[in-house]
Write a protein that binds this ligand. Structure first.
Ligand code: PSU
Ligand code: MN
Length: 303
């Protein structure tokens, strides 16, 4: 069988208990080793503390796995040959027995297929700042226009063109709400400065939006919950802007393209902020994972 749901996740879904999907690209390609494995464990524990079952998703030896055991999680974190798989890469990866980490697009697709309603990540992919030359727009956006999953994130990565990404999300019909904010979060920063049209203040409030969408029917599309990193845990905005400008220039000089762009920039920021961007990234992810667990629980408890 090409897809395998772990026993714990299968039972939870069967019994109607809350489940939160977690992606694996952030572990394999978004965070430095060996801290990434500790973070993978920490995120799963946070989901449990929030009252839900974690389902980390990856492809192991050609099988799409929903809910990873210790051995699989360790392999994703430690093996440098683990590939980065967007949703378009899933079929060739399964057919060739490949091992790879799943991005937001691949994770959202697999989670939705398994009947998981809530997914947490750091920051979504989106439209890159040099789009006019490269046409680089993350596959995350189009896939999120096709699955009815709720994605809790700290906005889109601030390495991107945020206004253009918000415009694309509008065109694609993806719902965006701010969690206790009227500004779209800025990933490493609490605010991107861009407005959001809707603000929701509680996990129950998000669950009610999910229920309203269920009842409306109509075309499926994701619900994005933008949850800002706390102001005292964000990256210093001036440091962010300065180092990001250097990173974008360096990526251009080195000719970094395609799937390598996002990991290159995340790593550049980490090195050149002396780890401060990593701490902000982790604070954002932790907050999102916790909120996702509360939303999944609130959705199951709706009257
Ligand atoms: N959030 C993070 N770190 C990451 C990512 C998200 O905090 O590394 C990953 C996600 O897997 C997302 C991917 O789907 O970056 C986007 O890559 P690209 O721009 O190549 O589509
Ligand atoms: Mn890309």
């Amino acid at each position: 069988m090409s897809t395998q749901v772990s026993e714990e996740v299968r039972e939870a879904l069967h019994e109607g208990r809350p489940v939160v999907a977690l992606e694996s690209t952030i572990i394999a390609h978004g965070l430095p080793r060996p801290r990434n494995l500790a973070v993978a464990h920490e995120l799963e524990a946070l989901v449990r503390d929030g009252g839900a079952v974690p389902a980390t998703i990856a492809v192991i030896d050609g099988t799409a796995r929903i809910g990873l055991d210790q051995a699989a999680l360790t392999r994703i974190a430690e093996d440098p040959s683990v590939r980065k798989l967007g949703h378009r890469d899933l079929a060739p990866a399964l057919a060739t027995g490949t091992t790879g980490a799943t991005t937001v697009s691949a994770t959202a697709w697999l989670a939705d297929s398994a009947g998981i309603r809530v997914f947490a990540t750091g920051g979504l992919g989106g439209v890159h700042r040099e789009w006019a030359e490269t046409q680089d727009e993350s596959a995350d956006l189009r896939l999120l226009a096709q699955v009815g999953i709720t994605v809790v994130c700290a906005g889109v990565k601030s390495i991107l063109d945020v206004p253009a990404t918000l415009q694309r999300l509008e065109t694609l019909g993806v719902t965006v709400v701010g969690y206790r904010t009227d500004r779209f979060p800025g990933f490493y920063l609490s605010s991107s400065g861009e407005p959001v049209d809707w603000t929701v203040r509680t996990p129950q409030g998000v669950a009610r939006v999910m229920r309203a969408r269920d009842e409306l029917g109509g075309p499926r599309a994701a619900l994005i919950v933008g949850n800002p990193v706390a102001a005292d845990q964000q990256l210093d905005p001036q440091l962010h802007d300065r180092v990001l400008a250097q990173g974008l220039a360096t990526a251009r000089e080195k000719g970094v393209t395609g799937q390598a762009v996002t990991p290159f920039l995340l790593d550049y920021l980490m090195v050149h902020t002396e780890g401060a961007s990593l701490e902000a990234n982790l604070a954002a992810v932790r907050g999102n994972v916790w909120l996702a667990a509360r939303i999944a629980a609130a959705y199951r408890e709706l009257p």
